[in-house]
Design a protein around this ligand. Structure first.
Ligand code: FAD
Length: 551
């Protein structure tokens, strides 16, 4: 059995090494267009920033090491130019010699990844994507050669764009970051991203949203809002599209997303050709529909599972939840599942929960605040998605929610999870448990919540807003029209409240919940402002450019 693999990084090498472990007799050839194989592309930005100092540590394997350990025939600088599915052959160009040859296969795996979009094509300013070892070598040289007060333009405020910003700032480069959409990190919802944008600005990054490159000429970038910039160089992280040229020319079916269409075994429309990784459309775990999810974990796992299939095992790929995380300076943003924006545009019913817990018990030094958002199916209590922004502990919580989603644990069920606790690591009621408590209160009708963007309409309809924080908190910043009655005084002052519906709020939602329970038990029609003042303030920043302080 001879398996040819096209692409020798995440998906391709996972497939190759797993196949060898399953089948010692298999002939396995890997063609990789670039000069390196199995390198740590996720670590590349940190080499630019000097966090990873040893370049060779990025190069996890060589054709020689893969030959000795796995008896793989890995050929770098070899580009597969065509597939003849009927003859079961590929045409390969040896980029070093310029020779072309034909190689036969029994099974073919395409792990060709994605192709970077070019927002600044034709630029006369040095411009690089950040995808390969060659890219970081080139960017590193530009950084090293930069003059006094060096500045760069980063195009795209996605995960890789933010990692580029973080690492270039570390090297003393002044950065303008532009993002085509209304906010950076477009998979997250706007009110969750506001603190990250503020954090970038506090590090001197010039963040510009709803703008893109119009033209680059005479070493000047003209943005489509009329602003001109003169960066020393440009890092183009404006996104990727699946690499499908080879697939299309071979007559294989592409999906509606533009990625290579595969079945649950990662088989393409040809029974002897499989495809994995960024080039392939995935099954969305929530909708069962197709989606492009370009993450390393999926590429590696699907590479492994396709090897199982080729080795004769009854293995199927796992649908994608889109779990992702990024760190910029000392802030972390993470997501799993669908965002509110996606749910709204799909017309899917959902309930939202915002909380702002601490990473660990506040009496133990070093606790950091985080903001969490949970999206829940109001009919089934299923978790539809989550977003977390903060510092320490974000990674742990997003993974717990990802596991809960994969395991079918409901939102209320988060309350019952027994999670490891000591004061350095969490709270006896972990932030995950707290999300579950809120979900359970909403599910059972113990509390009614109102979202930050629903508040104005509720007040217009005659509701009275009660701010149950302390007088000092109220004085430091309040929602227009709110009456301040601290929660501890509320029972004694219930008689002062006007008739009609009430909305209560505190800083993050917890005291508001207590206030709502007090008032409900006094027979009042009351809703708690979900996520409190902090979520409202973040949400308002996304709607109008007012400077609101975050604590
Ligand atoms: P790749 O790993 O991109 O490999 C495809 C390979 O195919 C390439 O080396 C290419 O040269 C080769 N190729 C293409 N066409 C041909 C051809 N015709 N002939 C021969 N070879 C060919 N994901 C995360 O989950 N977490 C992260 O932190 C993260 N950080 C990232 C940081 C950076 C800078 C980058 C670029 C990506 C990051 N990713 C991250 C995404 C992750 O790296 C990809 O999802 C993953 O590498 C996709 O695997 P793949 O096998 O589909 O493609």
């Amino acid at each position: 059995m001879k398996t040819v693999i096209v692409g020798g990084v995440a998906g391709g090498m996972s497939a190759a090494t797993r196949l060898r472990r399953l089948d010692e007799a298999a002939e396995i050839i890997v063609f990789e267009r670039g000069p390196y194989v199995s390198y740590a592309n996720c670590g590349l930005p940190y080499y630019v920033g000097g966090v990873i100092r040893d370049r060779s540590s990025l190069l996890l394997q060589t054709p020689q090491s893969l030959a000795s350990r796995f008896r793989l025939d890995v050929r770098t600088s070899h580009e597969v130019r065509a597939i003849d599915a009927a003859a079961r052959t590929v045409t390969v160009l040896d980029l070093a010699s310029g020779d072309t040859f034909v190689e036969g296969y029994d099974e073919l795996i395409l792990a060709v990844g994605a192709t970077a979009r070019e927002a600044a094509a034709g630029s006369d300013i040095p411009t690089h994507t950040l995808r390969t070892v060659e890219d970081v070598d080139a960017i590193g040289s530009l950084v090293d050669a930069a003059a006094d007060n060096p500045c760069a333009l980063v195009v795209g405020g996605g995960f890789i764009g933010l990692e580029a910003v973080d690492n270039l700032v570390r090297r003393g480069i002044h950065i303008t970051l532009i993002q085509r959409g209304p906010h950076i990190l477009s998979p997250l919802d706007p009110e969750m991203v506001v603190p990250i944008e503020a954090h970038l600005r506090s590090h001197g990054v010039d963040v510009r949203t709803s703008v893109t490159v119009d033209t680059v000429q005479a070493r000047t970038v003209l943005l489509d809002d009329g602003i001109t910039l003169r960066p020393d160089f440009i890092v183009d992280a404006s996104g990727v599209t699946p690499s499908v040229d080879l697939t299309r020319s071979a007559g294989l079916t592409l999906g509606t997303t533009g990625g290579i269409a595969v079945d649950a075994r990662n088989r393409t429309s040809d029974e002897h050709i499989y495809a994995v990784g960024d080039g392939v459309e995935k099954v969305d775990a929530l909708s069962g529909g197709r989606a492009l999810v370009t993450m390393a974990g999926l590429a590696n796992r699907h590479g492994r599972s396709v090897a199982d299939v080729i080795a004769g095992r009854d293995e199927r790929n796992t649908p994608a939840l889109g779990t992702a995380i990024v760190k910029v300076f000392d802030r972390v943003a993470a997501i799993v599942g669908w965002s509110e924006r996606q749910l709204v545009s799909a017309g899917r019913a959902h309930r939202m929960i915002h909380t702002h817990p601490s990473s660990h018990a506040t009496y133990y030094p070093g606790a950091q605040s985080m903001s969490m958002k949970l999206l829940v199916d109001p009919d089934t209590d299923a978790i539809l998605g989550a977003q977390i922004v903060g510092g320490e502990g974000v990674d742990k919580r997003i993974d717990v929610i990802a596991v809960a989603m994969a395991g079918g644990i409901s939102a209320s069920g988060l309350a019952r999870l027994e999670l490891a606790y000591a004061p350095q690591f969490g709270s006896a009621k972990d932030p995950i448990n707290q999300l579950g408590y809120v979900a359970d209160n909403l599910r059972t009708g113990t509390t009614r919540a109102i979202q930050w963007h629903e508040l104005e309409a509720a007040l217009d309809d005659g509701a009275t807003l009660i701010d149950v924080r302390t007088a000092a908190e109220y004085a430091a910043g309040s929602i227009p029209g709110a009456i301040n009655i601290p929660v501890d005084a509320l029972r004694d002052r219930v008689g002062e409240l006007p008739d009609g519906p009430l909305v209560v709020h505190c800083q993050v939602g917890q005291r508001g919940h207590t206030a709502a329970r007090i008032l409900a038990q006094h027979g009042r029609d009351v809703a708690n402002l979900d996520g409190g003042y902090r979520t409202w303030a973040a949400g308002c920043v996304t709607q109008r450019p007012v400077a609101l302080a975050y604590s």
